[in-house]
Write a protein that binds this ligand. Structure first.
Ligand code: ATP
Ligand code: MG
Length: 582
């Protein structure tokens, strides 16, 4: 995991190296100053020598300035390296997510991916900065200060060693306990994020069902959970400060006492004692700093794992090395196709499918909810790969095509279609970025979208809000059809794409297709028999299997499911679809 993350440091390698060097520079300056201070007292004050006081004083100022520069450098390069790493991590994840197939996306939830791109990266950024600045500085400072202390007086330095061992043990104990709680806090954060993301993005549904109170309660609970966990974790840390203070003060007391005896005995100078007291604070503070770095690193560990999972995820659908870049025609065949969404699912969603569709045919697909109509057509543009058998387009296995070529020629209007924020023109040009205004308008004519677009105040320049919230469901469907048409595909698939369009418009769209794009193979999934009645042939899906395949008349005569649905929708059995009566 660490390797995966560190690989993204890239161009910020130098900043990452300079930061600890600056920090060590700062430490050295900090350590030298108490020593000089001691000399001012011993040689200057006690020696009554103003010259030395000035001389050493100037040296102290210079060293303090150097220390300041080193400190600033450390902060600057540390920030540069850590934010740079965060930027690279986000980019790497985002790039990889773009290669994901539908199957990969099913594995991570959308909200999970968003959390990984935001909160988790921020955690790593903070941990990296802390590590660069403190992980070297704290131990370096600790060791150099100890060496300096030993060089002044070994006996007193031993007091430090005792204090370091005691505090070190205590910190380890506290950190261990605190980390356990902090880890739990982050798990709870996930829950909170999920709840926020789900409810904010579905706020309209929440309001429609008057579920605000329920959602508020749920949110309050999640927030309270985090509060409780944080308090528990922080409760462990509250002991840190008082124990630190007591230890430092005890040390100061002990050093003063032992030191005073030594000064009287002539073993130690006053200046040295002053320097030793200054080191006391430094050593113990650094120990605490080191403890904090450890806490941060353990907290970041979970985030790091979640990020590397995304970076290391291999796209389940990729191009073959010598992929084919032309689609000969729009014929489709399914040969013994079985398909399951996950490898460990008990029963496949599609079973033993065999179909032959000729180029230019118009095929209707009908069947109950969950009968795997969408699953069937999603295999054609290779949104998922078959588990068994083969799907062929133009006589060639879809897995042998270059993916871009295939998806340019197989245009799908997904059942869960979306528009993006931007003008209508911009949205349409997702289909073909070089389409002229005229071409866009023609596509909209065919999809019966131009009639409402022209009524809008800004026409084709009207801005669509995020998720297409400012157009109606039927309008959105028509825009999505127009967008798919602009690709000028050899195969056009409409997955329940006219469900929100009135019957008359639906018929107009089908008529336009028949007249304007006769060569394109068209697959139309629909719930209404009237939408597929006029197709060349119709597939009846039932529980993942093809139950019937033929013309309207053939199916009416031979297929029980088709006849039942037809009768219920045309009102023969009295259970009419109002669309039909209109
Ligand atoms: N992404 C997915 N992951 C796992 N299972 C899925 C997924 N999508 C669909 N399924 C399952 O596959 C089966 C067939 O679903 P599919 O969406 O193909 O049905 P459908 O015929 O298109 O239904 P509808 O008419 O409601 O659109 C269902 O049982 C569903 O639970
Ligand atoms: Mg469907």
């Amino acid at each position: 995991m660490v390797k995966t993350l560190l690989k993204e440091v890239k161009e910020y390698k130098w900043a990452s190296i300079i930061t600890p060097i600056c920090m060590i520079g700062e430490v050295i300056c900090e350590i030298v100053i108490p020593k000089l201070m001691g000399r001012i007292v011993d040689d200057g004050v006690y020696g009554n020598n103003l010259g030395i006081i000035y001389q050493i004083g100037i040296r102290m100022i210079i060293i303090a300035i150097l220390g300041l520069i080193a400190g600033l450098g450390g902060a600057y390069f540390g920030a540069k390296a850590s934010t740079g790493l965060a930027k690279n991590l986000r980019k790497k994840m985002y790039d990889n997510i773009q290669t994901f197939s539908f199957a990969n996306i099913d594995k991570f939830s959308t909200s999970g991916l968003v959390t990984r791109l935001t909160t988790d990266v921020t955690n790593i950024q903070n941990a990296y900065m802390m590590t660069l600045r403190m992980a070297m500085r704290a131990p370096a400072s600790l060791i150099i200060a100890l060496i300096a202390a030993f060089s002044i007086n070994a006996k007193i330095a031993l007091i430090y060693v005792a204090a370091v061992v005691f505090l070190g043990g205590f910190l380890m104990f506290i950190m261990n306990r605190a980390t356990k709680y902090f880890k739990q806090v982050f798990e709870k954060y996930d829950e909170l994020n999920e709840s926020v993301q789900e409810n904010v993005s579905a706020i309209r549904v929440v309001k429609a069902y008057v579920r605000e109170d329920y959602e508020n309660d749920k949110f309050k609970k999640a927030a309270l959970n985090i509060y409780n966990m944080f308090v528990k974790a922080e409760m462990n840390l509250v002991y840190m400060s008082p124990v630190m203070t007591v230890t430092v003060n005890a040390c100061v007391l002990l050093i003063s006492w032992v030191g005073a005896h030594m000064i009287v005995g002539g073993e130690l100078s006053t200046g040295d004692l002053l320097a030793l007291l200054a080191y006391c604070m430094k050593i113990l503070m650094n120990l605490m700093m080191l403890g904090m770095v450890f806490v941060m690193l353990t907290m970041a560990q979970a985030s790091g794992e979640r990020i590397s999972e995304v970076i290391e995820e291999k796209a389940s659908i990729t191009n073959k090395p010598d992929a084919i870049t032309t689609v000969p025609d729009g014929s489709i065949s399914f040969e013994n196709v079985s398909f399951a969404y996950t490898a460990d699912s008990e029963e496949p969603v599609l079973k033993e499918i065999n179909l032959e569709i000729k180029s230019g045919e118009t095929i209707g697909i009908i069947g109950g909810t969950g009968s795997a109509k969408s699953s069937l057509v999603n295999l054609i543009s290779r949104l998922y790969d078959v588990t068994d058998g083969a799907v062929k387009v133009g006589g060639i296995d879809v897995r042998d095509y270059d993916m871009e070529t295939l998806r340019d020629q197989v245009s799908v209007v997904l059942q869960k279609n979306v528009l993006f924020s931007g003008s209508i023109y911009e949205n349409l040009r997702w289909g073909d970025k070089n389409a002229t205004d005229e071409e866009c308008k023609r596509a909209c004519d065919m999809a019966c979208a131009s009639e409402f677009i022209e009524k809008m105040p800004d026409g084709y320049n009207t801005v669509i809000e995020q998720g297409g919230s400012n157009v109606s469901g039927g309008q959105r469907q028509r825009l999505c059809i127009a967008r798919a048409l602009l690709k000028k595909p050899k195969i056009l698939i409409l997955d329940d794409s006219t469900s929100a369009v009135d019957t008359a418009t639906d018929a107009k769209i089908r008529k336009a297709f028949a007249e304007e794009i006769p060569g394109t193979t068209k697959l139309i999934i629909a719930q209404r028999i009237s939408s597929v009645q006029g197709c060349d042939r119709i597939i009846v899906m039932d529980d993942g299997k093809v139950n019937g395949f033929g013309t309207h008349d053939e199916l009416l005569a031979s297929n029980e499911i088709y006849r039942e649905v037809y009768e219920s929708q045309t009102g023969v059995s009295g259970d009419a679809d109002f669309d039909q009566l209109a």
